[in-house]
Design a protein around this ligand. Sequence first.
Ligand SMILES: O=C(NO)N[C@@H](Cc1ccccc1)C(=O)O
Ligand SMILES: [Zn+2]
Length: 157
Amino acid sequence: METLTIAQLGNPILRKHAAPLSAGQYQDFAPFFKALQHKMLEHNGVGIAAPQVNESIRAFIVASRPNPRYPDAPMMEPTLMLNPEIVWASESMEKDWEGCLSIPGIRALVNRHSHIEVRYDTLEGKEVKTQMEGFIARIFQHELDHLNGLVFLDQAE
Ligand SMILES: O=C(NO)N[C@@H](Cc1ccccc1)C(=O)O
Ligand SMILES: [Zn+2]
């Protein structure tokens, strides 16, 4: 796997609908997912989606933690999510600031569901169903948009 570069806005890959992974492929992508997490940390990211490094598959990492770019971000274990979906979303919405590694230097206010229930597979193929709220729910929604060819500016206030 050559070193990953982050696609910038304008790169058509960011506008594709990413393909689902078959469970049989999960382990094949293990080295790529390691490189994906490394690339995210290199840029002080709190999340990253596979299409951002030119791999149009339905996978992303949510990794909220306080860092120079998001000093107030809550702490969580970086989590790889395969074939992720939102199964329920609250009516209530919240506005907060977002950035994107594919659109450096720009922040925008984006309206997101305050609470969501999500499901995804782990690398080992285990299905996880869990609830998210606040900034972590925001990151999930931001990353899921990337899998559907959307970027945060598309729904910025
Ligand atoms: O570009 C990405 N992920 O796609 N990374 C964003 C993730 C993000 C999402 C929502 C709010 C704040 C930040 C980042 O700035 O680390
Ligand atoms: Zn992004």
